[in-house]
Design a protein around this ligand. Structure first.
Ligand code: BDP
Length: 719
């Protein structure tokens, strides 16, 4: 009776708590199931921590917060075993109890960041041990234990061995020093550079907690289109202040290096990477950074790409540029993540081929602490792209994955699109680089070509919106990125399930419906935006909404007609031998799979082939009819998403329910806008009717083409 009363009171209390999404997946609301509460409470009575450290303090605080919220417990900390029900946190070095348990065999394979959680008995008293080789492993283990409770797992005989498969798990913030965020749709940058280093926004701690909870261990705080000012002394003080906040959470700070910095802030006449004075400028600069941030992670560099300066300005190669920085970072254990996102309008070659052509020649020419950061696909974060041919194509070079979490091409923060299936599609693709089973994730985790330096980067979708990511469901993309960077073999379904349980509800029907909704959302979006392998047909510059008609711009490779190549005959980019032969950059098995019109999976058809409007598709329809069908099906499916969500009324909190409901209404409107614009535009080439049964677009093509959005959010800065 008493416990029922407590639970009712807890609910009344938590109902008063405004559900604005700020707490992400770390909500810690009371568990309503009385049996579960009792079961946990018996196992988790007090905390044993024999030594403190900044990281242990963080773990202790989090555990107390979580158990207080979830179970109403006021956990006390001691350094001895008193009775059954102890949670023992530590490493063999910090804890005599853990040292006495002889966990060597278990811990040996876990590395610096892995953890072991096990139910055992110490002096005849049942307890739960969370152990790691290093403090940060214990912190990760603590978050894992909390997650198990949040998702109602059984702890009785728990035994978990868990270690990350990828070493550098890094968020890339495209944040500018004026707090605008390039391709950011969730407000302004979290980093308040103006008030740093003196004012530490408490939100920085919550950012670090959220990242640590999913194992993210690096944060690049500045935009790849970088500003050299960040490397000046006043800014380095600010960077140091952020690094101090992140450190106990196991997060290293990284910066973007503007290649022309020696000229812009160093007063040098050149930034030539082979010039000894330039090299010594960078060496001094990097030494200075380490004085401020002793565990500074290193640099991400965008060079000779989209107008950014780079070594080629001095007729030097990407390797010359990367190695210069790598050499100066090496004594401090810093790394360089040199981006392969390079293409040039002046080069008369399919844009999809350019990065491969450039970097293939440099394989094996990079210093040991350089990774080449490659976007998942060869163009640019489209709703669907085949995997980048550089995966598997540079066996002698460590490659780190770059995914985009922010939805630049997927409806901004307005559309509900769960991205794990997109990430997985790439990670699970077979490159055949060393025969069958040479999956992209094996390139990324280093196992395919034996590299110890491994990484995964995600372009963050985080801003200072109260709910961090703009859309409540966009949080799941931050979450999925972290989980897949930790273990790229997890399934989209498993990740969705744990996220839903922590973020919305543990009720079976809610979990089931939301999982279905999330798992279907990406394919639905592909259908209403870029079905059948279409790509890069979005609005000019801001990339908002449809723009298949974009042509005659200063750069051909920034237009849409360059990519869809629609004409009287048909549509699609011939990347086979009869066309640009971009396909030739892949292994023979991959070429075989996509090369023939007959075998090519339809989701990539127009990526690799220029196909007649009359071509018969698997459905039996003509290509034109199929294209229309996909666009209409995509938009209709958003209606289904709305219906599924509406059934959640009363089952999830009202605040987030109504926010998502409104956002889905916009998504529907925009899906219809995409559909109508694309169908009307492509019809000017196919000259065929929209198949019977489909409603006619409401407005004319002229109308859709006339729409302008000069203030769409997230536009790249013009300086
Ligand atoms: C594109 C974005 C642009 C970025 C660029 C990059 O439109 O704003 O600067 O990628 O990755 O997708 O460097």
């Amino acid at each position: 009776m008493k416990s029922v009363l407590i639970i009712i009171l807890l609910f009344i209390f938590s109902a008063g708590h405004s559900e604005d999404g700020y707490r992400l997946w770390l909500r810690y609301d009371p568990i309503s199931d009385v049996t579960k509460r009792k079961e946990y409470a018996a196992l988790l009575k007090y905390l044993v921590l024999e030594q403190t450290s900044p990281t242990f303090n963080v773990a202790e605080k989090e555990l107390k917060l979580a158990l207080n919220g979830l179970l109403g417990l006021n956990l006390t900390t001691t350094n001895v075993i008193q009775e059954a029900g102890a949670i023992i946190l530590g490493t063999p070095a910090s804890s005599k109890i853990i040292a006495s348990l002889n966990l060597h065999d278990k811990l040996r394979s876990l590395g610096d960041e892995g953890f072991s959680i096990l139910a055992t008995s110490v002096k005849g008293k049942k307890c739960i041990v969370v152990a790691g080789n290093k403090d940060v492993g214990v912190l990760y283990g603590t978050f894992h234990l909390i997650k198990l409770i949040q998702t109602y797992q059984v702890l009785q005989n728990i035994y978990v061995q868990n270690t990350p498969r990828i070493k550098h798990r890094i968020l890339n913030h495209w944040d500018n020093l004026d707090r605008t965020v390039e391709r950011g749709y969730a407000g302004f940058s979290l980093w308040d550079w103006h008030k740093l280093p003196d004012y530490i926004d408490p939100r920085y701690y919550d950012y670090a907690r959220a990242n640590a909870s999913i194992g993210i261990n690096g944060s690049v705080v500045t935009n790849v289109n970088s500003n050299a000012q960040i490397l000046t002394e006043p800014y380095l003080q600010k960077v140091a202040a952020l690094a101090n906040v992140f450190r106990p959470y196991g997060i290293k700070i990284y910066l973007t290096a503007r290649f022309s910095a020696p000229r812009e802030i160093g007063g040098m006449p050149t930034a030539d990477p082979l010039d000894p004075n330039v090299r010594s400028w960078w060496k001094k600069k990097i030494d200075e950074i380490y004085q401020h941030v002793p565990d500074f992670g290193g640099f991400v560099v965008k060079a000779n790409s989209e107008g950014q300066p780079g070594p080629q300005n001095y007729k030097r190669s990407h390797a010359d540029g990367a190695n210069m920085l790598a050499e100066a970072l090496a004594p401090h254990n810093g790394i360089v993540m040199w981006r392969a996102f390079v293409y040039d309008n002046e080069v008369p070659e399919d844009r999809a081929k350019q990065a491969f052509n450039e970097f293939k020649l440099l394989d094996g020419k990079f210093n040991k602490n350089v990774m080449i950061q490659v976007k998942n696909g060869p163009i640019d974060f489209q709703p669907r792209e085949p995997f980048h041919p550089l995966f598997g194509g540079l066996p002698q070079t460590p490659i780190n994955m770059e995914f985009q979490i922010t939805q630049e091409y997927l409806g901004y923060a307005t559309h509900l699109v769960y991205l794990a299936p997109l990430f997985k599609e790439c990670l699970d693709a077979d490159t055949y680089a060393s025969g069958k089973g040479s999956y992209v994730y094996k390139v990324i985790d280093g196992s395919l070509h034996g590299h110890a330096l491994t990484g995964m980067a995600g372009v963050a979708n985080i801003g200072n919106d109260r709910n961090w990511c703009g859309h409540p469901f966009a949080q799941s993309n931050w979450y999925s990125f972290g989980r897949l960077a930790w273990n790229p073999t997890l399934t989209s379904e498993a990740i969705a399930e744990e996220w839903i349980r922590m973020t919305f509800s543990n009720e079976q029907d809610v979990v089931k419906s939301l999982k279905e909704l999330m798992l279907a959302s990406r394919e639905i979006t592909v259908n209403y935006m870029t079905p059948l392998g279409l790509h890069h047909i979005m609005g000019w510059d801001h990339h908002y909404g449809p723009g298949p008609w974009i042509k005659d711009k200063p750069r051909a490779d920034w237009t849409s007609v360059y990519y869809h190549k629609a004409d009287d005959f048909g549509i699609g980019f011939d990347r086979t031998k009869t066309g640009s032969n971009a396909l030739g950059q892949y292994a023979p098995e991959v070429q075989e799979k996509y090369g023939s019109l007959k075998n090519c999976p339809e989701e990539y058809l127009l990526w690799f082939h220029h196909v007649s409007w009359d071509h018969k598709m698997k459905s039996g329809r003509s290509l034109w009819d199929e294209l229309c069908h996909r666009y209409y099906q995509g938009a209709d499916s958003v209606k289904w998403m709305q219906d599924s969500w509406n059934k959640m009324e009363g089952k999830v909190d009202h605040e987030r329910f109504s926010q998502v409901k409104s956002l889905l209404a916009i998504q529907y409107k925009e899906a219809v806008w995409w559909r109508n614009s694309c169908v009307l535009y492509f019809q000017t080439f196919s000259k065929k009717d929209i198949p019977p049964g489909f409603e006619k677009p409401e407005k004319s093509l002229n109308y859709y083409e006339s729409l302008q959005f000069p203030f769409a959010p997230g536009i790249r800065p013009k300086w």
